[in-house]
Design a protein around this ligand. Structure first.
Ligand code: NDP
Ligand code: 2IT
Length: 444
């Protein structure tokens, strides 16, 4: 058993019942094998063992009262995973499926993603099993206030800076920030994704989706191609999906399908994004409504069928494990050439293998969706400097960061003998800096 296998074995024994965490760790550590072989000092310093163990896990009760006076209790989480290169940084997810395994997989991924941005941010993640669907604004506010009444003591602009993720957007960040400021009496950049009137950054809303398309466009460009005229399938219809669609369309692509957790829409003529934005951002309604409003559009119950739609480029932007081996095979059979992961870990290990064996250009989440957290770090920089950059300035920095990440992971893959394997390349490129910082800081 080699070092990587031993660490993975121990991790599974010490953390049973955490399948998503095992999955993320397996993907990452297998990619890092050539690095630890080149650096035997890492094993002596138990670097991988420390890397996969969160520095701190916070689990708390979140009680709240609904509009009818009913009392509810949810679980709150914050996993402060690694602070070697900067304060913990990562989103908060509010979704009924949230558990420790999911928060830990997201936190582990976040360490390397944040390192890839080139900016000084460590890795963390948090959230709750609270379900925002069907809740009134007042219920959302009371929940967010209760959540922050515990979380505030663990975070800070130089300690840990949360942001949004599934179920946490501008509305929730506003309520969370209001409560933090009230308790701490300080108006600081303790959360990112804030509204523009209270310290947010232009282009943060668009950043993850735009960044995903900037990276995919660079991968196309390096192969003498572009988004122009390509057929694209995007899963999800939330923040990441909507702005990936917007940027892909602006580069001349035709996006033909999107979904929410109930089912998918297929519009051969190309998705009308203004209709999707109205349904999702304004009305907070179901994607099904799109087919009632747009002539020629179809709605299909259930999500999986979306991957049977022929496309050149697939951009999964909803959630983990949405593309399994079978869906990957269907995409390949229908001619997909590029897969860019907007969501975190949307492809199963089997699915990744199918894409890589078929020669599909596969851009893994920790690289492809890093534009969101990168722009969060730009928001932190603007907060510290007490200034604001224009949309064009932030967008230009974002694009530059995404192009750099692409070339860094491409170079790392070449350097370690696995050219074109961006899963390994992203893991290696992200890990190098974290490993160096951890080694320099001693056994901590
Ligand atoms: P949103 O809450 O805005 O949107 C999530 C979308 O995914 C919704 O359409 C939702 O449908 C769908 N979805 C969620 N869970 C499921 C599920 N189990 N099955 C099918 N569809 C589902 O979240 P974001 O757009 O912010 O996040 C999407 C993904 O991108 C996540 O994986 C997140 O971790 C990742 N990400 C987000 C970043 C950001 O800046 N926001 C940055 C980097 C990555 P429904 O409304 O029906 O629940
Ligand atoms: O997964 C992610 O990178 C995010 N949800 C964004 C995190 C952030 O701090 O902006």
């Amino acid at each position: 058993m080699d070092y990587v296998e031993r660490v993975l074995e121990e991790l599974k024994q010490k953390n049973p019942n955490e399948p998503e965490f095992h999955q993320a760790a397996t993907e990452i550590l297998n990619g890092l094998r050539p690095v630890v072989e080149r650096h035997p000092e890492y094993e002596k310093a138990a670097l991988l063992e420390r890397f996969v163990e969160p520095e701190r896990v916070i689990l708390f009760r979140v009680p709240w009262v609904d509009d009818k006076g009913g009392v509810h209790v949810n679980k709150g989480y914050r996993v402060q995973f690694n602070s070697a290169i900067g304060p913990y940084k990562g989103g908060l997810r509010f979704h009924p499926s949230v558990n420790l395994s999911i928060i830990k997989f997201l936190g582990l991924e976040q360490i390397l993603k944040n390192s890839l941005t080139g900016l000084p941010i460590g890795g963390g993640k948090g959230g709750s099993d609270f379900d925002p669907k069907g809740k009134s604004d007042n219920e959302i506010m009371r929940f967010c206030q209760s959540f922050m009444t515990e979380l505030y003591r663990h975070i800070g602009q130089d300690t840990d800076v949360p942001a949004g993720d599934i179920g946490v957007g501008g509305r929730e960040i506003g309520f969370l920030f209001g409560q933090y400021k009230r308790i701490r009496d300080e108006h600081v950049g303790v959360l990112t994704g804030r509204g523009l009137s209270y310290g947010g950054s232009l282009a943060r809303t668009e950043a993850t989706g735009y960044g995903l398309v900037y990276m995919t466009a660079e991968a196309l460009k390096c192969r003498g191609d572009s988004f122009e005229g390509k057929t694209v399938v995007i899963s999800g219809s939330g923040n990441v999906a909507i702005y990936a669609c917007e940027k892909a369309q602006s580069l001349g692509a035709k996006v033909v399908a999107m979904y929410d957790s109930n089912g998918y829409i297929y519009d051969k003529a190309g998705i009308k994004l203004d209709v999707v934005k109205r349904i999702k951002e304004v009305e907070r309604a179901r994607i099904k409504v799109y087919a009632e409003r747009v002539e020629g559009a179809e709605y299909h119950e259930g999500c999986k069928g979306i991957w049977t739609i022929p496309c050149d480029i697939a951009l999964p932007c909803a959630t983990q494990n949405e593309i399994d081996g079978e869906s990957a095979k269907a995409l390949v059979a229908n001619g997909v050439k590029y897969v860019g992961e907007g969501a975190n870990m949307p492809t199963t290990l089997e699915g990744i293998e199918v894409f890589q064996n078929a020669g599909v250009v596969f851009l893994p989440a920790k690289a492809a969706n890093a534009g969101g957290v990168a722009t969060s770090a730009l928001e932190m920089a603007q907060s510290s400097g007490r200034l604001f950059w224009t949309f064009e300035e932030v967008d230009a920095k974002l694009k530059n960061i995404m192009i750099n990440i692409y070339h860094n992971m491409d170079d790392a893959a070449k350097e370690y003998g696995c050219e074109g394997n961006y899963v390994a390349g992203a893991n290696i490129a992200g890990f190098k800096k974290v490993a160096e910082a951890m080694m320099a800081q001693g056994i901590v």
